[in-house]
Design a protein around this ligand. Structure first.
Ligand code: KG4
Ligand code: ZN
Length: 344
C-alpha cells in the first residue's frame, strides 16, 4: 500500500442515488481535493419527501456543472484522473442512472477504470476520510434514511451484515414523526434540534427488541406509538408538547441503537465502533454512544454524514486497489445490499 500511496492516485467520484447531485476529487483515497454537493432538498420539501422523477431530472440538469466545479476546485483536469468511482446502488433507479451513465461516458472517453460503489459502503468509508488512523476491522452502525444495519467490516472491501431493521429505518421514523408534527423535511435535524429543549423521560415510548439477544432492530412499533400518542392528544384536545415528543422519541431510538451496538461489539470482539449514515449526525446519538466504556468511537463530521461523493471516492479507491472494477455493462442496482458485488 505504501508504494501505491507514492503514486498519487486521483479518483473522480460521482453520487446521484437520491436527492443530492455530488462530485468529488480525492488524492490517494483519503485526501479530499474537492467535494461538491448540490442538494435538491428545497425542491422536494414541498412534497414532504423525495419525488423520484423530479430527482432524476434535477440530477440531469446539474451533473455536468457539479463535475466541472469539482475539477476546478481540486485544480485538476480530466487528464489527471486515474479512475472514476460512481454509486450504482442502492437508490432510486432513475437517479442512479444519471450518475452511472455520466461516469461510464467519462470512463470510456478517458480510457480509465469505472469503479461501481455501493452507496452504503460509501457511508462507512466517510470515516476513513475524517480519521486518518482508522483501519478495519471494526463494527459499524449504519443509520440512514433507508437503512439501519450493524455491519462487521472485516477489511476495506469485505462486509458482513450482523444486524438489520426488520421494518422501518431509523431515519425513516425521524422523517415520519417530523412530518406528522408538521415540522418539515428532512425531519432528523429538526427533531434533533427540538429534542434538546424537551424532556426525554416525558413519554415512555416502546424500545423494541432491546433485550433480545439478536442484533436486529424494529422501528415501526415506535413510529406507530408516537402517531397514536399524537392522535389521542388531538382527540382529547390535550396540548402537545413538541420538544417533549421529539426528546422522548429520540431517546427511545438511541437506547435501542446503543444497546445493539454494545452487543455487536461484544459479539465480534472488536473495541472499535464506527457510526455512518445521515442519522449519525444526531447529536443525542453521538453523545450517548460516547458514554460506552472501553471502546473507540468514530463518526464523520456532519458534512460527510449525509450524502456526498467524497465517501464514494474513498470506497472506490480501496475497491480499485483490490482489483474490483466494473465495465460499460455495469447497471444500476436499486436494491443492492451491503457486501454484494452486482456488476460486470
Ligand atoms: O444517509 P442519508 O443522507 O440518506 C440516505 O442514504 O438515506 O440520510 C438521510 C437521513 C434522513 O432520514 C434524515 O432525517 C436523517 O438522515 N438525519 C438525521 C439527522 N440528520 C439527518 N436524523 C437524526 N438526527 C440528525 N441530526
Ligand atoms: Zn445515504
Amino acid at each position: 500500500m505504501a508504494n501505491m500511496e507514492n503514486k498519487k492516485i486521483i479518483t473522480l467520484a460521482i453520487e446521484t442515488s437520491c436527492d443530492e447531485t455530488a462530485c468529488a476529487v480525492l488524492r490517494n483515497g483519503r485526501e479530499v481535493l474537492a467535494n461538491e454537493v448540490h442538494t435538491q432538498i428545497d425542491i422536494h420539501q414541498t412534497f414532504g419527501g423525495v419525488v423520484p422523477e423530479i430527482a432524476s431530472r434535477n440530477h440531469l440538469d446539474k451533473i455536468s456543472e457539479i463535475i466541472e466545479r469539482a475539477l476546478e476546485q481540486a485544480g485538476v483536469g480530466f487528464d489527471d484522473v486515474d479512475e472514476i468511482a460512481v454509486t450504482y446502488g442502492p437508490g432510486l433507479v432513475g437517479a442512479l442512472l444519471v450518475g452511472l451513465s455520466t461516469a461510464k461516458a467519462l470512463a470510456y472517453a478517458l480510457e480509465k477504470p469505472l469503479i461501481p460503489v455501493n452507496h452504503i459502503e460509501g457511508h462507512i468509508a466517510a470515516n476513513y476520510i475524517a480519521h486518518p488512523d482508522l483501519k478495519p476491522p471494526f463494527a459499524c452502525l449504519i443509520v440512514s434514511g433507508g437503512h439501519t444495519h450493524l455491519v462487521d467490516v472485516k477489511d476495506y472491501t469485505t462486509f458482513e451484515i450482523i444486524g438489520r431493521t426488520r421494518d422501518d429505518a431509523a431515519g425513516e421514523a425521524f422523517d415520519k414523526i417530523a412530518r406528522t408534527l408538521g415540522l418539515g423535511y428532512p425531519g432528523g435535524p429538526i427533531v434533533d434540534r427540538l429534542a434538546k429543549e424537551g424532556n426525554p423521560m416525558a413519554i415512555d415510548f416502546p424500545k423494541a427488541m432491546m433485550d433480545q439477544d439478536h442484533l436486529d432492530f424494529s422501528f415501526s412499533g415506535l413510529k406507530s406509538a408516537v402517531l397514536n400518542y399524537l392522535n389521542s392528544c388531538r382527540m382529547k384536545q390535550v396540548e402537545i408538547n413538541v420538544p417533549d415528543v421529539c426528546a422522548s422519541f429520540q431517546h427511545a431510538v438511541i437506547e435501542v441503537l446503543k444497546a445493539k451496538a454494545a452487543q455487536a461489539l461484544s459479539q465480534t470482539g472488536y473495541d472499535t465502533l464506527v457510526l455512518a449514515g445521515g442519522v449519525a449526525a444526531n447529536s443525542g446519538l453521538r453523545a450517548s454512544l460516547g458514554q460506552l466504556k472501553g471502546i473507540k468511537l468514530y463518526y464523520p463530521p456532519i458534512s460527510l454524514c449525509t450524502d456526498n461523493a467524497a465517501m464514494i471516492g474513498c470506497a472506490g479507491y480501496y475497491q480499485a486497489r483490490a482489483g474490483q472494477s466494473g465495465s460499460l455493462a455495469t447497471n444500476a442496482v436499486p436494491n443492492l445490499k451491503i457486501g454484494e458485488k452486482k456488476y460486470e
